[in-house]
Every structure is written in C-alpha cells, then in structure tokens.
Design a protein around this ligand. Sequence first.
Ligand code: NOJ
Ligand code: CA
Length: 704
Amino acid sequence: MKNSLIVVLLLATGLPATAQNTAPLTARLDKVSLTFALSPNGQPTYTVQFGPKSVIKSSRLGLTLADGKGFDGPLEVTGSETKDVDESWNPVWGEVKTIRNHYQQLTVHLHQPQAPGRRLNVVFRVFSDGVGFRYEVPQQPGLSYFTVQEELTEFNLPANHKAFWIPGDYDSNEYSYSTTRLSEVNTTPIEAIQQKAAPNRIQTPLMLKSDDGLYVNIHEAALVNYPAMFLNVDTKTYGLRSQLVPDATGAKAYLQAPEHTPWRTIVVSDKAPEVLASKLILNLNEPTKFPTTDWIKPQKFVGVWWEMHVNKASWNYADTSNIKLAGTDWNRLKPNGRHGANTANVKRYIDFAAQHGLQSVLVEGWNVGWEDWANNWKEEVFDFVTPYPDFNVTELQQYAAAKGVQLMMHHETSGSVTNYERRQDAAYRFMKEHNYAAVKTGYVGRIIPRGEHHDGQWMVNHFNHTAALLGQNQLMVDMHESVRPTGLHRTYPNWLASEAARGNEFNAWSTGNLPEHETILPFTRLMGGPMDYTPGIFQIKLESWNPAQNKGRQVHTTLVKQLALYVTMYSPVQMAADLPEAYEQHLDAFQFIKDVAVDWDDTRILLAEPGEFITTARKAKGKEEWYIGSITDENPRQQVVKLDFLTPGQQYEATIYADGKGASWNKNPQAYQIRKQKVNSKSVLKLQLAAGGGAAISLKPAGK
Ligand code: NOJ
Ligand code: CA
C-alpha cells in the first residue's frame, strides 16, 4: 500500500494560548463547507453546508465526563490550524483499485477557562462528499484516566427529512428498515430482536433525503475503544443527538489521555449514486499495519448452512438437551439422524465447490455443544475444538485439499465471549493445524460478561482484538452479530465482512425481508463495510424443503434478483447460499455466480434511489470483464443502462440474465431468461425488472 502525499499546507492562526476567540472557523472542499463557532456561553458548535443548502444547522459538540468536569462548556478557542491533504492509496481488496483521499482539515484547540483548565481538540476533515470530525483529548496535567458519561454531539437537520431507519437496539441490527419522516420516528410498535429501544432511539448508518434534493448519510468511522453511537431523534425540531451504548454499570467509555473518539461522519450529495460511491469512511480509517497481506483471499463459498435454516437438517447431533460441556461423552449420545455436518454430506459440498470453482465450504454444526446453545445465558457451551463423532476433521481436510477446496471454520460463541476469549488461542491453533484459512464467528444471544451489550465498548474491543489476533495468525474472518462496521477493514483487511444487519436468512424463519430491503442496505448498513448477506437462493419458495415448518415462507425476490445482489451488495466474501441440489436444477443461471468477481478494479453506481432501485457495474480485478447488477423494490421498472464505461473499440459478449415473462417475487419468482448479445461502449441496454426482481449481466471480451 503506497501513500503519496501531494500537498500538505499548514496554516496556524497564531493566537496566544489563552485568548478567547469566538470568530467562526471554516474549512471547505468543493461544495462542502464546515463552520465551527463557540456559542455566546462558550459551547462548541458546528454547521455543514452543501453549496447554498444547509446540511447540518448549528449543532452542539462536546463530551461530559463522569467526574462532572468534562467538556460541556464554557470553553475558549486557543488556536486552530488547517491543512490540505491529497493522496491516494490502494486497498488490499475492494470496489476500486485506487482510492483518493482528498480533504481539508481544521483542528480547533479548546480550553476550559475555569478550573480544572482541561484541553480538548476537535478535528474536522472536509471532503468533497462530506465531513468527518472527532474529539481528541491531548496529554495534559490533571487528566489521565477518565470515563465518558455522554457525548453531546448533535446533528440538527434543517427540515423534516425522509429517513430510512432501524430501532436503536444495543444488541442487534437485524431489523427491517422503516421509511418515515423524522417527525414520525417511533420504535414502539416494532418488535425487539434483542433489546427494546427507547421510542426515538435509532441506529446509524442513518440515511436521509431532503425535499430539496440532498442525500445525507450519518455514521461513524474507525470505532475503536469506544461504544457505538446511536441517535435520539427530536421529532419536533428534527435534531439528532448522539447516544453512546452503556456498559453494565451505565458508563460509556473508559479512556486514558492521549486518546480520541471515533470519527463522526456526514456523507452528503445531491446525487444518490455518489453516496454509494463515497470512500469517506474508509479514508478516515488507519492503513493496515499487517506486514504482509498476500494471504488474504477474497472468495466465494458454499456451506452446510441453509439446509439448517430451512429445517432440512440440524446443527445439533443429538436431540438431548441440558448437556454440560465438561465431562460429556459425545460418542454415547444418540444421533438424531438429521445432523447436517456429517462427513458424507460435507464431501458432497466439497465436490460441488470443486466442480464449480468455488474456493471454500463453510460447515456449521461441526463442533460439540449445539444441543444446548441458544437463550440460556450459559457460560460454557462450545470449546471450538471438539468435533461431533460423525465429523471427521482429518479425513475432510485431506479430501478438500485433494480437490483444491478449503473448509471454512465456524465459531458460534452463543454470546459467551468470556468463554471464547479463554479458548481463542487453542481454537486458532486448531485452525492452523487443520488448514483452515477463515472463520465465520457468531454472537447469538445475550452477552457474557452479563450486562454488556453487543455494541458497547467492551464488545467493540473484543471484535477488534479478534480481528487483530486472527491477523497475527494470518487468518480471515466474517463476523455475525457483531457491531456494525465502520471501515475498520482498511486496518484489518482480514476482516472480510460482517453481518450486523438483517440477512437473507430472515426469509427462512420469519415473515422475511421486504422486496425493498436490498435497495436500502447499501445506503445504510453497507456504508460502513461489506456484509455477509448470503445471496444466491434459487429455491425461492421454501416449503419444498420442509412443508410442515416452512408453510408460506419464501425469499422475497425473484431468482434473478438473487444473482444481481452479488454486484449491488459489495463483499469480498460471497456465499452461494443455497443447497447444491437447488443449483443443479438451474446450472445455466448458476453460471453467473461462478463467473462474478469478488474483488474489483472499478465500480460505477449507474442508477440508485434508496428504497427503490440500484444498478451497479463493476470491473473485475485484473480483467477486461464487467458485471452489472440491477435490482428493484416491489415495483416492476425499466432501467436504461448506457455501457459508456466499457473500453472504446472493444467488443464484448453480454450474457443477460433477466426476469422471465410474468415473473414476480411472489407469483412466479423462478422464471428467468438468459440471452447473449454483442455490445460495445456505445450500446444502451433496456432492462425490464419484475416486481421484486432484477437483472444480472456479465460482459466479457468477444471472441474469447
Ligand atoms: C446466526 C447467523 O447469522 C447464522 O448465519 C448462523 O447460521 C446462526 N447464527 C448459527 O450460528
Ligand atoms: Ca444473524
């Protein structure tokens, strides 16, 4: 990764160290401008503009500390600097080959005029597509260890914007999005996934659209050693106020100076596609310190997984419960005959992966403990190293290796993080010994230590520690039920994806995801980083797997929309989530999943509107191949796609996977048609998307 610093310009205002300065300070880049000012009573505030339009009205900044002597004012400005940075860097994997990091930085030095006279800096970075800012507590006499009681950051919006939001559950992001005006935000009628949210508390990334045509996204970058930021909505004034996730004692963050908070981010544009293309959050994260990254491999995988979600198989080996981890002789349990992770079945998946060129096979339910795992708030459920009697680790590793396939490890912690941390070293040693390269982790249920939340400082530190520890072992990770990402995959490029949202799996065991869901996720959850959404379900109606338990259940898209998701939802690790037998019935459509890349040199968001449609084109890493994904909500629509991004003069063969005649997500979801045509950079395609449907296109140089 090379950083080339082009311009660094330092401008000191040269104020004497104690001077009170209430004159506003500004920074800007292109249309985005930021103003910092002290209120008449010495409270720090900021505003953001996009051209002439207000993005954030005057809004408070500051922190309160548990000792009552924090930074809620009065404060004075003792100095400020600006600098301009324009550099570029190459991510280890991603949506584009090179990322430009261009911003103007304003640092404001604040001081308490009264005792204890503490100092605080606020650092703003203004990009052409938004603003990031954070608090920095410098080293100083009289302030070393401190506890944050609350962050006072506000985002006061100028009008009653349309908002795409989920309730502020400190333990789960697995919600459907509500689309309302800010004045109508109310989480009360929404059933809690884990913890009931206060009526006006919602999560970030929060997507907003103003009536005067601005798209605004509020989130955070580089969440390190701090709790996640939630937002309390004032439904009368349209003000958002930060609400940090508390720990078991009610405190927010234990810090030691010098220290800084995560960046608060505001992405803004008058064009929805530019929000999706923004690299602001990644740019605010630190480059990786990993000495090498060539062991990190973007990949596609299948898994012994969906068959458990659709009730065809079980994670557990026996139907006995009330088992203790220590002292149980697993060989003496009576098998239930439905255990998915048995050697013969895993071999079937390995064969399928090998035959179709997919890199890995995830196996869930391979290790002892599943008889007794969910909802007990029990400390010792899994040991992460003992296979069930019918899962032969050595035999499977040899079988997979002979076929050029890798097994993917699974560590469900059942929320018992104390138990996992005690066993991580042994678990990762086991992975190395048995040739595993990646692990999917999971945190279902209430957290142990009891009283901690998934999104509090303690768990944030656990997730980051886990990524770092796996990195030291040259292992990759995909985390489920983690805190939602904040761009830390720049720092830990082995952290390929997280779930931290409502995945495709909800279609298997709940009323499911609305057809609009996947048109909102890239504008919300995916702003922070890739998601393991598990696309690629072909058997849309689920009754055929288990008629009694899956009555009326289905995936809420067409089959073709499942293909398009590989392009519209970026992740370097993508599952082909359905069963081999489902794919074997539609191998012509499965060809798209085989072909599509997971690492890209270029990305063009061609058409997008949150909650309605997204059409994205991406160029495969190191190849002259492009892939297009186009999706719609519950409304059928036409998307007109100009191929002017293709190399001029080059002919391509387009393979177009389209919804079939009469297709719709609920009536005829599996109808599709595949046609081939020659195209070039002057071609225009008219894609017809069914209700809840999509289109997927591969473009390869013609004549090859
Ligand atoms: C929830 C995860 O999201 C899912 O993918 C996994 O199969 C189950 N937990 C079991 O760990
Ligand atoms: Ca989950």
